[in-house]
Design a protein around this ligand. Structure first.
Ligand code: PGA
Length: 236
C-alpha cells in the first residue's frame, strides 16, 4: 500500500510545501517533474512565498514539465508552460532550470522524443489526478510501459482546457511524460484535493489496477506518497 497522508483541507498546501522544502534542502540539485492544474496552484503559491522568504532555493534544481497541449498557441493562458511560469517559476529568484515541451518549434514526434530523454532519471515527480483517472495526459487506455508521447485527449480533458483553464480554443491532443517514465522516477507524489476527487481516488487506490484508471498503475511504485485532503480521502 502506498503511503497515504490525509490532511485537513486548510493545511494541505502548507504540509505539502513543508515536505517539498525539506526534500529540496536535502537535495538542492533535485530533478523534479511538475504538473499544472488547479490542484497544485495553492502549493505553488506557498512554495513561491517560501522562496521569497529565503527558506529555500530552487537555484540548482531542474524542473521538467509533465505535459503540454499540442495545439494551443504560445502564450495561451491554459498552456502548461505559461501556467507553471506564472504560478511558480517566474516568482523564484534565481529560477531553476526549466525543461518545457517544445510544441512550438518541433513536430510532435520530435518534441515527444526529446522530452522522453528529459524525463529519464527524475528524482521526484509530482502528479495531479484527473476525474477519469488520468495522470498527465495518460488517459484511460494508457499502459504502464508507455513512453513520453503524443496522446489523444479525453473529451472531459479537452473541455476542461476551455471551461476551467481558460484556453482560447479546444485542444485535441497533448504530449505527456508516459507512465513508463513516471514509474522510473525515484519517488512519486500524487496530489489530490476536493470532494469531487473522492471516488476516483478510491478507485485509484483500492480497486485492482487497470487501464480504465491509469493512476492505479502508480501503486506499482515502491515510493509513492499520496497527499490527499480530507474531502478527497473521504471514501478511502
Ligand atoms: P486539476 O486537474 O488539478 O485541475 O483538478 C488534474 C488533472 O486533470 O490532471
Amino acid at each position: 500500500m502506498p503511503d497515504v497522508r490525509v490532511l485537513p483541507a486548510d493545511a494541505w498546501s502548507r504540509a505539502v510545501a513543508d515536505a517539498f522544502v525539506e526534500r529540496l534542502r536535502a537535495e538542492p540539485r533535485l530533478r523534479v517533474c511538475l504538473p499544472t492544474g488547479d490542484t497544485p496552484s495553492p502549493l505553488y503559491a506557498e512554495l513561491a512565498s517560501r522562496d521569497v522568504a529565503g527558506d529555500v532555493s530552487f537555484a540548482q534544481a531542474t524542473v521538467v514539465l509533465l505535459d503540454e497541449w499540442a495545439d494551443l498557441p504560445p502564450g495561451d493562458p491554459a498552456r502548461c508552460d505559461v501556467r507553471l511560469r506564472r504560478e511558480l517559476l517566474d516568482r523564484l529568484a534565481p529560477p531553476p532550470r526549466f525543461v518545457a515541451i517544445d510544441v512550438d518549434g518541433s513536430d510532435d514526434e520530435t518534441a515527444a522524443r526529446a522530452h522522453d530523454v528529459a524525463a529519464r532519471e527524475l528524482d521526484l515527480a509530482l502528479l495531479g489526478l484527473g476525474m477519469n483517472g488520468h495522470v498527465g495526459f495518460n488517459e484511460p487506455g494508457s499502459r504502464p510501459e508507455d513512453p513520453t508521447r503524443l496522446a489523444r485527449l479525453a473529451v472531459s480533458t479537452r473541455e476542461a482546457a476551455m471551461a476551467r483553464y481558460g484556453a482560447a480554443a479546444m485542444p485535441s491532443a497533448g504530449i505527456t511524460i508516459g507512465l513508463g517514465r513516471l514509474l522510473e522516477a525515484r519517488e512519486l507524489w500524487l496530489l489530490v484535493t476536493g470532494a469531487r476527487k473522492a471516488s476516483i481516488l478510491r478507485r485509484t487506490l483500492r480497486d485492482p489496477e487497470g487501464p480504465d484508471c491509469p493512476a492505479s498503475y502508480l501503486r506499482r511504485h515502491g515510493r509513492l506518497i499520496v497527499f490527499a485532503d480530507e474531502p478527497a480521502a473521504s471514501l478511502l
